[in-house]
Design a protein around this ligand. Structure first.
Ligand SMILES: *Cc1c(COP(=O)(O)O)cnc(C)c1O
Length: 385
């Protein structure tokens, strides 16, 4: 069996065709033909009030942080078990980060703890839909509404995933529930453009300012719509928009989203079905998908019983040509932040830091390879126990 990498970016085959077309259209900078196609795709399919492509999810989060109008000392509630950008984007705007613990049975922010972290300085709550699995959005929305703070969804991993409203049973696309949301098209995500992201805007009062922040703090968008007769520097901002070549690449991916998602979901289900009996014996825990969440197969992970066992399992798999990885050292324990941290212990974050293990999952992975990977996990537990 050839070596199985952890991830392999999938190409639909149309990317270079569309990039060539973008080049031939003669507009290489951002906000052109392909940018509009992609942004319309998002508003049409998911119902954002406005969608703006960005150069990364990190940038989309930075735009959210600017939109929060933070003053020094203002607080933003963020899970500690997440990628750096969820916190960093707000740190750059001088926020005090209030780290929250994960749920006991899955890495998402524990919505029951969030209310106790609210103070009069709280400006935003930033839940992360880990592995594309929805956080408890009813609770988080209620808290955000009650205390009049912004709800910003880090939906980096959550494209084509949904929250099922427990009252109406309606499937709400993740990223459309908070005031603002951020998606990633990094090559490790389901839909990719190398580096890339999207700001989703659901609260219409943020549209106008978002367009300005997006284009270097200028009112260029209004100018090109003929709404003002001069454009200039009117606000904070940066160059957050990607070039047309990046948007052209992304368009080739969006056209194939059903195909990509169906394939990933079938591989995910295969893992689940094959590994469930071992989990039932107590060898590790399976990913938990709450009844209000839909699975978009962003990742397949297991939760090992100890750090030591995870380390040995990684080595065992590596010895059989399989690259399995773990991630997210709790951010409150990271080198950059640990000396400032004054909050409580976050035991669930630490547990997932020590024991969560991600298995290979990418479009070109075959069912045979999933069987092979699971066989190696079985052999590990048959000798280790
Ligand atoms: C990937 C990821 C990001 C960062 O996305 P980029 O597009 O690489 O900036 C942010 N948050 C989470 C939860 C992620 O998984």
């Amino acid at each position: 069996m050839d070596k199985i990498p952890f991830n392999k970016p999938f190409l639909t085959g149309k990317e270079t065709t569309y990039i060539e077309d973008a080049v031939n259209r003669g507009k290489l900078s951002g906000n052109g033909y392909y940018t509009n196609l992609c942004q319309s795709w998002f508003t049409d399919n998911y119902g954002f009030k406005k969608a703006l492509l960005t150069t990364s999810c990190t940038d989309a989060l930075e735009m959210c942080a600017i939109l929060c109008n933070l003053q020094p000392g203002d607080e933003v509630i963020v899970p500690s078990f997440t990628f750096v950008s969820t916190a960093l984007a707000f740190v750059r705007e001088k926020a005090n980060i209030i780290f929250a613990d994960s749920c006991e049975d899955n890495p998402n922010i524990d919505a029951d703890l969030v209310e106790s972290l609210i103070t009069e300085r709280t400006k935003a709550i930033v839940p992360v839909h880990y592995a594309g699995v929805a956080c408890d959005m009813t609770k988080l929305r209620q808290i955000a509404d009650k205390y009049n703070v912004l709800l910003v969804e880090d939906a980096a991993q959550a494209i084509d995933s949904y929250y099922i409203d427990p009252v109406t049973q309606k499937q709400l696309p993740l990223g459309t529930i908070g005031h603002l949301s951020a998606f990633s098209f990094h090559e490790t995500k389901n839909i990719i453009s190398g580096e890339g992201g999207l700001l989703g805007i659901n609260a219409p009062e943020y549209i106008k300012r978002s367009e300005i922040i997006w284009e270097k703090g200028t009112n260029r968008a209004e100018f090109f719509r003929g709404e003002v007769n001069k454009y200039g520097w009117v606000d904070n901002g940066s160059s957050f928009l990607p070039s047309e070549m990046t948007a052209a690449f992304l368009w080739a991916q969006l056209e194939q989203i059903r195909n990509i998602q169906n394939k990933r979901i079938s591989l995910w289900n295969k893992y689940y079905q094959l590994l469930k009996p071992l989990a039932d014996k107590g060898c590790f825990k399976m990913p938990v998908i709450p009844s209000y969440a839909v699975n978009n197969a962003h990742m397949f992970y297991i939760v090992c019983n100890s750090l030591e066992e995870r380390t040995r399992l990684i080595d065992h798999l590596k010895g059989h040509g399989i690259l399995a990885v773990y991630h997210y050292l709790s951010l409150h324990k990271s080198a950059y932040y640990k000396d400032f941290y004054q909050g409580a212990e976050l035991p669930n974050c630490d547990k997932f830091s020590d024991t969560l293990l991600r298995l290979p999952l990418y479009y070109e992975l075959t069912e045979n390879q999933v069987e092979y990977i699971c066989d190696q996990i079985y052999s590990f537990f048959s000798t280790a126990h």
